[in-house]
Design a binder for this molecule. Structure first.
Ligand code: CO
Length: 135
């Protein structure tokens, strides 16, 4: 597998309104895209930064992974996502090495991406996502 770029950083925020107000105040940036991802029980707001994106995450359910993260740690960086050209193959490679995965098979992410999370116990405490863009 080859990591092509950092596709996005996922940042947990109490609300997307907070995040949007902050990005406007700090950098004069407006949101490019807002999307709900029911599978992860989050709403996401995207701010492109060069070849990468900041992906703000608001929990739609306090018991979702992002909801629990916010309760435990408060707002902040939740995960980083590496782009790969073939996420199925990447997951297979990692499983073959005995790497613990949160997702044994890729699932639907925002923007039509297919994503899989590696277990943070394998990555030095950083939640890492692999994602494959639809185009
Ligand atoms: Co992500």
């Amino acid at each position: 597998m080859k990591l092509l770029r950092i596709n996005h950083l996922g940042i947990a925020s109490k609300t997307l309104e907070d995040a949007m107000a902050r990005m406007d105040r700090l950098f004069g940036m407006t949101v490019e895209h807002i999307e709900e991802v029911p599978d992860q029980r989050v709403k996401t707001a995207f701010f492109p930064v060069g070849p990468s994106t900041l992906e703000y995450l608001e929990a739609t359910d306090p018991d979702s992974p992002v909801g629990k993260f916010l309760e435990k740690k408060g707002p902040g960086i939740h995960h980083m996502a590496f782009e790969v050209d073939d996420v199925d193959q990447a997951v297979q490679e990692l499983l073959a090495k005995g790497v613990r995965m949160i997702d044994q098979t890729p699932r639907a992410g925002a923007h039509g991406c297919r994503i899989a999370f590696i277990h943070p116990a394998e990555t030095g405490g950083v939640l890492m996502e692999l994602c494959q863009s639809p185009h």
